[in-house]
Design a protein around this ligand. Structure first.
Ligand SMILES: Cc1ncc(COP(=O)(O)O)c(C=O)c1O
Length: 394
């Protein structure tokens, strides 16, 4: 059986390789510290879990979810309310919000909704993989915009050739940025909106980490920019803000026509979200937000433990202002290795899993990403093991 060509064009999914290496070491009896995947380890807050349980007992919630069902109407209102409170942006619940089965689903389907075979999608590199894999699966033409540490991992939109721009239908952006942890200020988003104007390009901004911010930094929404709704939609997720990763719920907001096409695409594929999950998300978005604060505090402590520990063993890494990742240049001693080789080396020699930079695209080469999804004790143990690796004779 031959897979479709579009499937063959997809790069190998990085965690398949990493998981295999991890399993090999576990089979040898090694205790692995897994800082690879951005899979939140903290529990969902009890008031959200309780709402799920309560709603799951109601038989009327067991049916397919339809867009005009009470749960979805209420969820859209809750999204708009949260959005206004969080970013002071007003959204019309019915037309300017769209619940998603996780933001990853919506991001992939945005490409499917808009890209013809001759259409270009601009995707910064490195990026969260569905930004580029969604384009490939939809059969569009992927054009990478290289991001560099020197430029703060912000794309230079002025450098994109005019013939590419002419064929471009879609651009993905995402700040706070996974994997590099870079942040953007509102001036950057103003420039993006100005740049997109008149070009007939859809801007899909993935704001998955808007709540995971440190040291007084506030992550803006692109929709705060006047006129942004003409061309932009923004993706959010409950996975990170409310530790609801396995629940699969996110949402898109912004331009009503883009959302309408995205909803149409989805309507041929899915039946929306399990209603009890929708009710639980309403609780999350409209209920007490101290669980978010507590979660951010936990990540901040972990960030500081990891960075100060690694600094002490000679691995100096810039301090992220947002996300629960740490993006680290491969230490000089091992800079002859590719990021995949270095990640494999860390698994084998230290039992520490990190994500190789190239898992996020070719411009991730030279770096690895730590996800702060293990507790402080495990992070201290990881530092001890990495110290040993850094001191090894080569
Ligand atoms: C930038 C970014 N966007 C989207 C997602 C996916 O989120 P969801 O769980 O809502 O699909 C992730 C998950 O790691 C992410 O890092």
């Amino acid at each position: 059986m031959q897979e479709a060509n579009r499937m063959k064009r997809l790069p190998l999914y990085l965690f398949t390789i990493i998981d295999k290496l991890k399993l090999e070491e576990q089979r040898k009896g090694k205790k692995i510290i897994d800082l690879g995947m951005g899979n939140p380890d903290q529990p969902t807050a009890p008031h959200i879990v309780n709402e799920l349980a309560r709603q799951a007992r109601r038989a009327e919630n067991h049916r397919y979810s339809r867009p005009m069902d009470c749960s979805e109407i209420e969820l859209r209102k809750a999204i708009a309310k949260w959005y206004h409170k969080r970013f002071q942006v007003t959204l019309e619940p019915e037309t300017e919000t769209l619940p998603l089965i996780g933001s990853k689903e919506g991001i992939a389907h945005l490409s499917l909704a808009f890209l013809n075979n001759e259409d270009v999608a601009l995707v910064p590199s490195p990026a969260y993989p569905v930004h580029f894999n969604g384009v490939i699966m939809a059969g569009g033409i992927l054009h990478n915009i290289p991001l560099s540490e020197k430029k703060g991992y912000l794309p230079d939109l002025g450098k994109i050739p005019a013939d590419i721009i002419r064929r471009t239908k879609l651009i993905f952006l995402s700040y706070p940025h996974n994997p590099t942890t870079a942040v953007a200020n509102i001036e950057f988003f103003k420039d993006v909106v100005r740049w997109a104007k008149g070009k007939n390009i859809i801007v899909g901004h993935d704001n998955a980490y808007s709540d995971i911010v440190f040291d007084g930094y506030r992550a803006p929404s692109i929709l705060e920019v006047r006129g942004a709704k003409e061309a932009c939609i923004e993706f959010h997720t409950c996975s990170k803000s409310y530790n609801m990763a396995g629940w699969r719920i996110g949402f898109a907001v912004g331009n009503r026509n883009i959302l309408k096409s995205l909803a149409k695409t989805k309507s041929y594929i899915d039946f929306g979200l399990f209603k009890p999950i929708q009710y639980a998300a309403i609780k999350a978005l409209t209920g007490p937000q101290d669980c978010v604060k507590k979660m951010v505090e936990v990540y901040k402590k972990r960030r500081d433990v990891l960075l100060s520990g690694l600094e002490k063993v000679g691995w100096d890494i810039p301090k992220p202002k947002a996300t629960f990742y740490v993006w680290a240049r491969i230490p000089n001693k091992y800079s002859a290795l590719t990021s995949m080789e270095f990640a494999a080396f860390l698994i084998r020699e230290a039992g520490v899993v990190v994500a190789p930079g190239t898992g996020f695209g070719e411009y991730g080469e030279g770096y690895v990403r730590f996800a702060l999804v293990e507790n402080e004790k495990a992070l201290r143990e990881a530092i001890k093991r990495i110290k040993h690796v850094l001191e090894m004779e080569t």
